[in-house]
Design a protein around this ligand. Structure first.
Ligand code: SF4
Length: 208
């Protein structure tokens, strides 16, 4: 079992591989060898190489949307799938306009595509916000299949709910990045709760 999240030594970051926890991922030679071999595959190398360039060239100066544009261009991704939530429709339109301004082609699919009723998932009235199980469900599998059919080069997720993003990532075929995640309470900034977890959001530990 690996516990990097609670490792205070972080020897891996200094190539001091002996400064680590007993069950350190550095010590798993078989996996590390396999990982290095996978980086030699053409697409993986392109992605990893360009990700590093984007990191360095925009470090502390470029926002995530700028980095996504830079990354797409460096990788030669022209046809961008925009996977978005109805709750971020205005933002999706702006993102569409920004991408097209930068001469990228955008194919966008809304979460509610297909208009499938929630009762299709055996959800009942009590399981819906409106009290109506005819309410339209989110259809992340549809989003993924439609963008696969459109042969997008690269997909950008914008504001999908927890779990819906899980399914869209499961079925999308082209590489994926996330511009924004859904967090209704924090204005889509989930780290706000983490930063405040020792003060205003201590309920994350205390439950109250
Ligand atoms: S890889 Fe090893 S040294 Fe690095 S954080 Fe994880 S346990 Fe610590």
């Amino acid at each position: 079992m690996y516990n990097c999240a609670i490792c205070t030594l972080k020897g891996c970051t200094r190539r001091a591989l002996d400064e680590s926890l007993p069950d350190c991922p550095n010590k798993n030679d078989a996996i590390q060898t396999k990982a290095k071999a996978l980086y030699q595959e053409e697409e993986n190398k392109k992605i990893a190489y360009n990700a590093s360039l984007v990191e360095v060239q925009g470090y502390g100066t470029k926002t995530r949307i700028e980095e996504i544009i830079d990354f797409a261009k460096k990788c030669g991704y022209q046809r961008i799938g925009l996977v978005f939530c109805k709750g971020l429709s205005k933002e999706a339109k702006v993102v569409h306009n920004i991408f097209t301004y930068h001469e990228l082609t955008v194919v966008s699919v809304l979460c509610k595509n297909g208009g499938i009723e929630k009762k299709f998932l055996d959800l009942t009235e009590e399981d819906t916000l409106s009290g109506d199980c005819n309410e339209v469900m989110c259809n992340p599998i549809g989003q993924a299949l439609l963008l696969n059919e459109q042969k997008t080069d690269f997909n950008v997720i914008m504001g999908l709910c927890v779990g819906h993003d899980t399914l869209v990532m499961k079925y999308l075929e082209a590489p994926i990045t996330t511009l924004a995640v859904k967090d209704r309470v924090t204005g889509h900034n989930p780290l706000a709760a983490i930063y405040l977890s020792e003060s205003y959001y201590k309920k994350l530990f205390t439950g109250v």
